[in-house]
Design a protein around this ligand. Structure first.
Ligand code: HEM
Ligand code: HEM
Length: 569
């Protein structure tokens, strides 16, 4: 047996698995090439830049939320350089004369200094606060867009849940932010939050003691809120936003129906150069408008409130708008909801009214896509958006929820409504208590009827064209109105290509006549499903359209005898 020895330089053909060229074919030149050689990023960037995004004004709402969040992050860094997160006592000696010599916390003094003694400080503080308000408005309106167009349906349920999480964290972030300056208003808000937490059964008082590092307000809460506000919550929010946007890329953006747009394609502009240019410009427009508002309208003028003192409360104090509903719920809860047992007092008026309400709202929100999917049994992927009128029950549920929220929100201003409109605060409270239960039902019913009427109108328009008002008389004396066909583009938007149906129930018994397990819950589900689709006017399908044109209905119809309802196919 002979052995062969080889030197390390002596390579045979089968040793060579892969030969890497110095530069990949079609690679990037210049600085981009240098970076790509070291990171391999060009492929990913090229993939991203060639992504196509559909164009519609309502897709800009998510962008506004994103840009105002970025504005909060940028201005927040500026504020952090001067804000002192400490409850340590000092005597004020800054330029705001009316407060000279007053004892206050370092946090309050530093916020006064940012406002009066740091160059540009007041403007940045105002931009930060206005951007926070715009951020929450934008994310809520963005959420409405996603909800009412059905963009949360499969495969976007997880992105909806991430969105709901961000919405909840934005609220906590905003609350932590406006608690930081330690003025009378922020201290009052913290006192309310402490009251909510005290109602947690059994561990409430221990929990508050732990969080505040002793009695209220203590010296620990400001530095703790500061760490949460500038570090913990922004880090989680940014991480969730990254996941949110990656999922938008992975799923591809939904689009409104239109000629050539299907469930399988995306019609729009590529990210590079069109969208990047648009998005960049749009960021500066949002920043500019926020700065203009912040320059013109004062927000949170803490020098008017004074430093926090637990023995005082400003009359007519209001939280930032997004906390209003929790405050309102508290004001609506009856005062008798308190029980004592075994030395413990359970104040379930506050517990239910505020502490449980907050997580409940977000759990219901996050769960909605799964609830609707369970009711409709619809397991298809949806990339084409729906018009709100074509999902009447969903739209009605949305409006009912908004109405309930608005009632709670209005209740947060019951004192202001009473003083401004010279009404009894008790009457207002009772009106809103009853309204909380009745108005959402009215909103549900009215919205559903309006949607169904609009569906009827659309159906009529597609099948019979637009009424021209020109009356024709035939040779035998009959009258008819001339109808004109609608144009192709409009018709596309009115014809629904993926009609939904209620769940069909299987047989209640098996082949031997034995009741099938689970039929009661199946029945309940089928009943809910029927309720969901009840009275819906089925949208025109391409088949209906072809049939109408074949009959010649597309052009003329005898007025008063036009068929408006057609059996569900
Ligand atoms: C989405 C994110 C954010 C929201 C919604 C938000 C909201 C707020 C609000 C409403 C205030 C009260 C402002 C006032 O005094 O009138 C505030 C204060 C503050 N925020 Fe933020 N903020 C955000 C992110 C950040 C970040 C990322 C930082 C730091 C890097 C930061 C730093 C501060 C500081 C230091 C204060 C206290 C100074 C002051 O009140 O003027 N914020 N924030
Ligand atoms: C921090 C707040 C938020 C930011 C910055 C944000 C940002 C965005 C952006 C930029 C898009 C793509 C453009 C668009 O469709 O508008 C998007 C899509 C989406 N967002 Fe959000 N969003 C936020 C909150 C929410 C919330 C609260 C929800 C729902 C509860 C949500 C659900 C979705 C869904 C399902 C999509 C995909 C929509 C589609 O493809 O049509 N987002 N988001």
């Amino acid at each position: 047996m002979s052995t062969t020895t080889r030197s390390t330089n002596d390579l045979r053909a089968d040793d060579i698995r892969e030969v890497r060229p110095a530069r990949k074919p079609g690679g990037v030149a210049g600085v981009g090439g240098w970076v790509d050689d070291r990171t391999g990023a060009a492929k990913g960037v090229r993939y991203m830049m060639s992504k196509v995004f559909p164009d519609h004004w309502s897709f800009m709402l998510g962008e506004v939320a994103m840009y105002s969040m970025i504005i909060c992050l940028i201005t927040g860094v500026f504020l952090t350089m001067w804000f002192v997160p400490s409850a340590g006592h000092v005597e004020y000696d800054g330029s705001y004369v009316p407060l000279k010599g007053i004892h206050m916390s370092e946090a309050y003094r530093s916020t006064l200094d940012i406002s009066f003694d740091v160059r540009g400080g007041l403007l940045i503080r105002q931009i930060h606060h206005w951007a926070a308000l715009i951020f929450v408005v934008a994310l809520v309106v963005h959420m409405f867009r996603v909800f009412f167009t059905g963009a949360f349906r499969k495969p976007r349920e997880i992105n909806w849940v991430i969105g709901a999480l961000m919405a909840m964290l934005a609220l906590v972030e905003g609350f932590a932010g406006y608690s930081l300056p330690d003025d009378l208003l922020s201290g009052t808000g913290l006192r309310a939050a402490q009251g909510f937490m005290l109602t947690i059964p059994v561990i409430g008082s221990y929990f508050v003691y732990f969080l505040f590092g002793g009695g209220f307000p203590g010296e620990a809460i400001i530095p703790r809120l500061f760490a949460a506000h500038v570090l913990l919550l922004p880090a989680i929010l940014v991480g969730l936003l990254a996941a949110h946007l990656i999922l938008v890329m992975v799923h591809k953006h939904t689009q409104y129906p239109g000629p050539g747009r299907t469930n399988e394609n995306v019609v729009g502009y590529p990210l590079m150069p069109v969208y990047t240019a648009k998005a960049g410009g749009f960021f500066f427009i949002v920043f500019g408008i926020t700065a203009l508002i912040a320059g013109l309208f004062s927000i949170n003028a803490i020098w008017n409130y004074g430093p926090y003192d637990p023995t005082q409360v400003t009359a007519g104090s209001q939280p930032d708008w997004y906390m209003g509903f929790a405050d309102g719920a508290l004001r609506l809860m009856p005062g008798w909801t308190e029980v004592s047992f075994g030395g413990f007092t359970l104040t379930y008026g506050v517990l239910i009214g505020s502490l449980l309400l907050l997580p409940l709202v977000y759990v219901l929100l996050g769960a909605y896509p799964f609830f609707e999917r369970w009711i409709t049994g619809d397991d298809r992927e949806h990339h084409l958006l729906q018009r709100p009128r074509n999902a009447p029950t969903r739209t009605a549920i949305g409006l009912a929820a908004i109405t309930a929220y608005t009632v709670l929100w209005a209740a947060a201003g019951n004192d202001l409504i009473a003083t401004h409109l010279h009404l009894s605060i008790n009457d207002i409270t009772w009106f809103l208590r009853i309204g909380f239960f009745v108005l959402p039902l009215v909103a549900f019913w009215a919205t559903k009827r309006v949607c169904i009427s609009l569906q009827r109108r659309d159906r009529d328009l597609v099948l019979h064209g637009r009424e021209t008002g020109r009356i024709m008389r035939t040779a035998d004396g009959a009258f008819s109105e001339k109808h004109e066909d609608i144009d192709e583009y409009t018709r596309w938007n009115l014809v629904e290509y993926e009609a939904a149906r209620p769940l069909e129930l299987g047989d209640a018994t098996d082949a031997n006549g034995v009741p099938r397990p689970g039929t009661t819950s199946d029945k309940r589900r089928a009943r809910l499903s029927r309720f969901f689709f009840e009275d819906d006017i089925p949208p025109v399908t391409p088949r209906d359209l072809a049939a109408a044109h074949h009959d010649g209905h597309g052009h003329e119809a005898i007025d008063g005898h036009r068929p408006v309802e057609v059996e569900r196919s």
